[in-house]
Ligand binder design. Sequence first.
Ligand SMILES: Nc1nc2c(c(=O)[nH]1)N[C@H]1C(S)=C(S)[C@@H](COP(=O)(O)O)O[C@H]1N2
Ligand SMILES: [Mo]
Length: 258
Amino acid sequence: MARIRKCPPGVDPKLLISDAAKLLPDPARRKFLRGGASLGALAALAGCDITDSLSADKALTRISYFNDWVQARLFNPNTLAPTYPDSAVTRPFPFNAYYPEDEAPEVAKADYKLEVGGMVDNKKSWTLDELYALPEETQITRLVCVEGWSAIGKWSGVRLSEFLRRVGADTRAKYVWFRCAEGYSTSIDMPTALHPQTQMTFKFDDEILPRKYGFPMKVRMPTKLGFKNPKYVMEIAVTDKYLGGYWEDQGYNWFSGL
Ligand SMILES: Nc1nc2c(c(=O)[nH]1)N[C@H]1C(S)=C(S)[C@@H](COP(=O)(O)O)O[C@H]1N2
Ligand SMILES: [Mo]
């Protein structure tokens, strides 16, 4: 049994250590923590003292940032996510959001204008017809939700990298941030934004993207968990500022690569 010293009040050290183990990217480190690490070892890993629940929280946050950093370093911009034949598409494809399907936002085609902001040369907004005229590609890839399900879908649209090129984005910027119609948001690292399978999506299964899957536009990236794939995207901004996101701000790992 691990000897656990200095247990902060209100914190179960076993839970803290198992939480920390989950946050670690590397199996050896996870094993080390699960295999009976002390709070002292956890503190050393996080580089801070664990004396109360606030600093315990900070230790977990630091480990989570460390994990994001490792995952970003491991991300290979040339590695493609697996693709599948048409027959593998999950029909019907599941809907998911932080609310039930009948509460999904209804974005009107006529007034839709995609706003473009931040570190780009051209901040003009885009109508749907302008967006539909961009070069189209189709991908059949797997969406993996952190809630424990996955499904194969067929999405069509333009590469985000192609759109970023057309608006004169400064691709030395750190992040691309997305704001959605109902207040959802997320942000991604620039290498993922430029990945060939990261797509501004206008169609699902060869039909105009239905309301439930994000009409009029979602951003699809098979290299990240489902929650990093924003639906009902109203605004795209290129930025050096960390802006987090809806789930990220509640503690989900920011990078969340697959
Ligand atoms: N705007 C918005 N985008 C969102 C969400 C959301 O609640 N709002 N949920 C995310 C989550 S958790 C998942 S798994 C996928 C689900 O996409 P789907 O409904 O096309 O299956 O959308 C993501 N994008
Ligand atoms: Mo999800």
